[in-house]
Design a protein around this ligand. Structure first.
Ligand code: FE
Length: 177
């Protein structure tokens, strides 16, 4: 084991010796993306929750887990920015595509994607990590707008839920950058 500064240097174990840039924001460390405390899951609809990981207010994006514990449909919506997804558990598909996303899958969705997510019968739980930039608009299959969501509406949902479940409204602050 290296024990002097020069030994550490020889081993390449010397940490960076300077402060980070003055304007850099702190990292976020989440030890378990599926939390031990179930209250971290924010209810979104019947049988649907999300769990924030990074709420990027200065660049208009968020990273979260989506958990669905019912078979059925999540409303049709149109994305205004890119989406990256990684399926961790279960499976789902979109009415608009012919593929099925199962645990292990990665999906990129370009701005303009308009889709309706379906969790099929027989899937007890699906969990997917989504990185969503720029928000999205709920709409009818004909394209008529019915609502919208972005990092700010997500934060509001978190605040309300964390307040009411006892974690405290400012619990969400740790995920905001
Ligand atoms: Fe989507």
């Amino acid at each position: 084991m290296p024990d002097t500064a020069s030994d550490k240097q020889a081993e390449g174990l010397t940490p960076y010796q300077h402060p980070f840039p003055q304007d850099a924001v702190p990292e976020i460390f989440v030890p378990r993306i599926e939390p031990e405390d179930d209250r971290e899951w924010v209810p979104q609809a019947e049988g649907v929750w999300f769990r924030p990981l990074c709420l990027g207010v200065s660049q208009g994006y968020y990273v979260n887990l989506l958990r669905v514990r019912k078979a059925g449909v999540l409303s049709c919506h149109r994305h205004f920015g890119p989406v990256h997804a990684h399926v961790l558990k279960g499976k789902w598909h979109y009415l608009e595509h012919d593929w099925v996303a199962e645990a292990g899958a990665y999906i990129f969705e370009a701005p303009g994607e308009t889709h309706t997510l379906v969790v099929p019968e027989g899937v007890a739980e699906m969990v997917t990590l989504f990185h969503v930039t720029g928000g999205y608009m709920y709409c009818t299959p004909d394209g008529a707008p019915t609502g919208c969501e972005d990092v700010f509406t997500k934060i509001e949902l978190c605040r309300k839920h964390y307040e009411s479940c006892g974690l405290g409204a400012d619990y969400v602050e740790r995920f905001i950058r």
